[in-house]
Design a protein around this ligand. Sequence first.
Ligand code: ATP
Ligand code: MG
Length: 366
Amino acid sequence: MRVERIALSGFRNYDEETVSFEPAVNVICGPNAQGKTNLLEAVYLLTGAHSFRTRFDRELIGFDCGWASVLADVESAGRSQTVRLLFQKGQRRQVTVNSVKKTSAALAGVMTAVLFSPDDLFLIKEGAAARRRLMDNAICQLRPGYAALLADYNKLYESKTRILKDWREKPDLLDALDEFSDGLARCSARMIRYRASFAERLASAAAPIHRDFSGGKEDLFLSYKTVSTVTDPRAPAEEIYQQVAAHQAAHRKAELEAGQCLTGIHKDDLEIALNGAPARNYASQGQARTAALSIKLAEREICKAETGEYPVLLLDDVLSELDSARQEFVLNRIGGGQTLITCCEDEDISRRTGGRVFTVKEGRIR
Ligand code: ATP
Ligand code: MG
């Protein structure tokens, strides 16, 4: 999997710029605020997952522009395809692959990428939202059906939340409450199966990487936690649906009183333990960083197992945050696929990786 060429128009601080990448390591360097992360963001958008920086497409459009486009030639399984994303103010984004209109979710399978940014180093210590995002972003890229479910879930969740918030002023709203709850339970049942299966694969891929990384001293365990009434998250969807619905029914009164959704998979977590102790409470900073790295590298391996090719690896500013042993561990594992690394100082990293250097200055790439 690789991005051969990308052309940006009116995208963030890029006016018009085109760049062709090497199949192996590309080092994207330059001082702060020049457009390095913006370039990685454009590449990440090709996966169909949304931006890793914003929920709002309008922020991707250059300040003085009415629209933005990202056009890229992407090679996968020996086949080159042209992906175009068009963002226009006040309109839905348009996606085409080889000039044929597609949904964002249909980009799964066309392009896969694993992103690693300094925020990911806090994956272990942060709240569950960061770990849910990790699962969702990875599964969306591998399973187009999941992206559609996630979008449906979010819409239903927003509608239900609005009813719970406003029903006292507008009691008629309550007529639709049970319908939205039922829709959520149906979506949840299918999403729980996807998440459980992904978590299981991530757990078995991350454990050996982490053991290696910690010099054989630490065992890393990951386990998926969902709605408490679900006894087996890999059970048939109908069985999970019944269990989620039962949990919702038991919380209906409390949700009306609280004015918010108290139960559902928007509270799921991926629990992480090191040598048997919950990492969120007990891991040291260094242990937490190492575990986060192992999980991200495991995500890359799952993508490879699934598609037969390594996903494009996007390392945003992450090396400067790591000590030399951890840098070495990461750099020794990035072979076999295309990597884009951003940094402020190019020389050391390009020497250590043999990568080609691109210099970014004020939205221009040299
Ligand atoms: P750092 O080393 O600090 O991480 P960077 O090179 O990664 O810097 P970017 O995050 O890519 O910097 O941002 C480059 C510039 O793009 C910033 O000055 C930012 O304000 C600007 N920018 C962001 N969004 C837009 C937009 N929609 N239109 C124009 N400029 C934008
Ligand atoms: Mg940056």
